[in-house]
Design a protein around this ligand. Structure first.
Ligand SMILES: Cc1cc2nc3c(=O)[nH]c(=O)nc-3n(C[C@H](O)[C@H](O)[C@H](O)COP(=O)(O)OP(=O)(O)OC[C@H]3O[C@@H](n4cnc5c(N)ncnc54)[C@H](O)[C@@H]3O)c2cc1C
Length: 268
């Protein structure tokens, strides 16, 4: 039977994991402990008069445990789609392999709207993914510490000419199909085809490295079954555009799981 990795133990990840396990699918849940729920006080969820998010979150963990779902606590640093169509997920020093992956990583970092339309077309959040494209050329980077220094270090592996641009100096980006110019607030214009954004290592970076298509605001593109643009990889909950509430997270986790159950049974 197929194996599924679910990353995230907020409402979306727990819902997906429970549906899969109840259909006898081999599921591993990998998560850190920092759901958006931990900050919430809930007054609008069916069946609860008034509940704090922490209680709901802890109930979710208990449900995973009671269902005997393999729970790995850790920070996922890398996801790779392999030649044999298996998916590799690396946590600390350990690798896990699965046939399907459900990403339930919560809200992505917001990308500043001034970079709108250029992410993946000259604007990059991943030095080692995209800097090789500009090897030996001038590389431009913007952002704040401590991420800025890390990215400058990474970019320096690909070019001796790395320029740091103060984010508050950038008025807008211009280009017909991809980045062609950075327009500064003082009216000066820099012709360039690249700008790297130094952001915290986050879910965004994981799925950017994986090559998933995201919209301008950083949400992962999915279809009505929460399938991403990469085969057998799903994205659910706050990572996708739409209403960001517990009920929508639980719903999307269920729909993705049901789709996997259907597909897995076909190939069993
Ligand atoms: C202050 C506040 C109040 C809210 N109030 C309400 C409300 O009243 N009603 C309501 O319905 N909704 C409310 N919400 C929204 C609700 O909390 C979210 O919509 C819901 O938690 C989203 O669930 P999720 O599973 O998509 O993401 P999350 O609950 O954020 O879970 C994300 C999971 O991904 C894991 N993760 C992320 N990156 C990694 C990684 N690299 N490696 C391993 N694990 C990772 C995290 O550890 C976590 O387990 C509120 C949110 C906030 C912030």
């Amino acid at each position: 039977m197929s194996k599924v990795i679910v990353i995230g133990n907020g409402p979306a990840g727990v819902s997906a994991s429970l549906y899969l396990k109840r259909a006898n699918i081999d599921v591993i849940n990998i998560s850190m402990k920092n759901s958006a729920l931990l900050k919430a006080k809930i007054e609008n969820y069916y069946g609860y008069i008034d509940v704090d998010g922490k209680t709901l979150y802890e109930n979710g963990l208990k449900q995973l445990k009671d269902a005997n779902i393999d729970m790995i606590e850790g920070f996922v640093q890398k996801i790779e789609y392999q030649m044999d169509s298996k998916i590799l997920v690396s946590v600390d020093d350990k690798d896990y392999i699965s046939d399907y992956l459900i990403l339930a990583l919560g809200s992505p970092l917001k990308i500043n709207p001034k970079y709108k339309g250029f992410l993946g077309s000259g604007v990059s959040i991943c030095a080692h993914c995209d800097a090789p494209l500009y090897k030996g050329k001038e590389l431009n980077v913007t952002g704040s510490e401590p991420y800025l220094s890390d990215m400058v270090k990474e970019l320096s592996l690909y070019s001796d000419n790395v320029s740091i641009i103060k984010e508050s100096d950038i008025q807008r980006l211009e280009g017909e199909f991809s980045l062609e110019r950075i327009v500064y607030k003082d009216g000066e214009v820099k012709s360039t085809n690249n700008l790297f954004l130094a952001l915290p290592v986050s879910g965004n970076r994981l799925y950017y490295e994986l090559g998933l298509v995201v919209d301008d605001t950083g949400y992962i593109d999915v279809d009505d079954k929460y399938r991403s643009t990469i085969e057998n990889i799903y994205a659910v909950g706050d990572m996708t555009a739409g209403v960001h509430q517990i009920s929508t997270a639980v719903y999307s986790g269920m729909i993705a799981a049901l789709d996997i159950i259907k597909e897995a049974k076909k190939s069993a």
